[in-house]
Design a protein around this ligand. Structure first.
Ligand code: NDP
Ligand code: OXD
Length: 321
């Protein structure tokens, strides 16, 4: 990893992910762009681009010739956790592979709650044969999606194919086929009253931090066929107030939750979420970033940028996503 290149080097900065497969994929896609692996590369003038998942703070701002930062996640809160960021464009992941994986996860979890998966698994564990003869139809259930972006709109389309009614909530006004759309603070109350199962696909920003709290749960509809609402959070752990979720489950304000993301990851062994009977959890596994799907488009963007073309999937720094 010492050779030079006219195109400049790529800094690969990863926390918690094994680097080998990313290095291999970069070498395949960009043989003319040598890779430096963090923590090497400090202040290296030959580094042109950074490809990051939770980079070390204050590293990128020291690179004098950095042209852009590529996030290996769709979410970019991990990039902004570094408060000393250079003023270069930030590009995030928008990928059919990642989107498909997320919609699979959403469909899986919505169907699991709808078809009483947690209840029947508990019955199986206790050898109880007890069919619920009142199983609702999908069309009797409204799924409310918080975040109608790349992931939310695809999930909305696929849930409709399964027969669910879908509503959605976004920051700005949107029109999404077949979806009853609400936006902003003004639309939040009506949105919360509109659904039975809530799927959270929001980015973590200063506006959305701990938005999933007792006051929000109290505003969710309890008139639907499921009684108390179900919450599925595959966005970010920072969106949720975890003590409030546990209290809401115990008080019956929520009937069940699926959580893929947590305030602290990995989840601490002593967390009550592991064993709570109304909690289904997965280890931030809803939609993985896969090197063979993501690296080629990232390198294509580097090449396009070097030719003077516009970058796409840019992060809006002011909005924070
Ligand atoms: P997008 O940026 O495409 O969409 C974000 C959506 O959230 C938009 O509809 C946006 O509104 C809305 N939003 C943002 N801020 C607010 C707010 N304050 N109030 C209401 N709505 C708001 O993101 P993606 O769909 O690509 O990804 C969403 C998130 O999913 C990521 O940020 C990441 O955190 C998470 N994720 C989790 C994964 C996992 O494995 N668990 C994998 C991949 C992503 P508007 O349309 O008006 O801009
Ligand atoms: C992402 C993630 O943001 O994997 O893409 O969480």
């Amino acid at each position: 990893m010492t050779e030079n290149s006219d195109k400049g080097r790529i800094l690969l900065a990863l926390t918690g992910w094994a680097p080998e497969v990313w290095i291999e994929e970069l070498a395949r896609a960009a043989p003319d762009r040598p890779v430096t692996l963090e923590p090497d590369g400090e202040a290296d003038p030959s580094i042109a681009y950074a490809v990051v998942w939770k980079q070390q703070p204050a590293l990128l701002s020291k690179l004098p010739n950095l042209k852009a930062i590529f996030s290996l996640g769709a979410g970019v809160d991990h990039v902004f956790a570094d408060t000393d960021l250079p003023d270069v464009p930030i590009v995030r992941v928008v990928s059919p592979d990642l989107t498909t994986r997320m919609s699979e996860y959403v469909a899986w979890q919505v169907l699991d709650h709808h078809r009483l998966g947690p209840r029947y698994r508990a019955q199986q564990a206790n050898r109880i044969w007890d069919e619920d003869r009142d199983q609702k139809a999908a069309c009797d259930i409204t799924v409310g999606i918080m975040g109608l972006g790349e992931l939310g709109t695809d999930a909305a389309a696929k849930l409709q194919v399964l027969g669910f009614a879908v509503s959605g909530w976004s920051r700005t006004e949107k029109q999404v086929a077949g979806v009853t759309c609400f936006a902003g603070d003004d639309g939040l109350g009506a949105f919360l009253a509109s659904a039975d199962i809530f799927v959270v696909l929001l980015p973590l920003t200063p506006e959305t931090r701990e938005i999933l709290d007792s006051s929000l749960f109290a505003r969710m509809s309890k008139r639907g066929p499921l009684g108390a609402p179900v919450l599925i959070n595959a966005g970010r752990g920072g969106l949720q107030n975890e003590a409030d979720i546990l209290a809401a489950l115990d008080e019956g304000l929520l009937s069940a939750v699926t959580l893929d993301v947590f305030q602290q990851e990995p989840l601490a062994p002593e967390s009550p979420f592991w064993t709570h009977p109304k909690v289904t959890l997965t280890p931030h596994a809803a939609a993985a970033s896969v090197p063979s799907s993501l690296i080629k488009p990232i390198v294509a963007q580097m090449d396009a940028h070097d030719r003077g073309e516009k970058l796409v999937n840019l992060v809006d720094r002011k909005a924070g996503y």
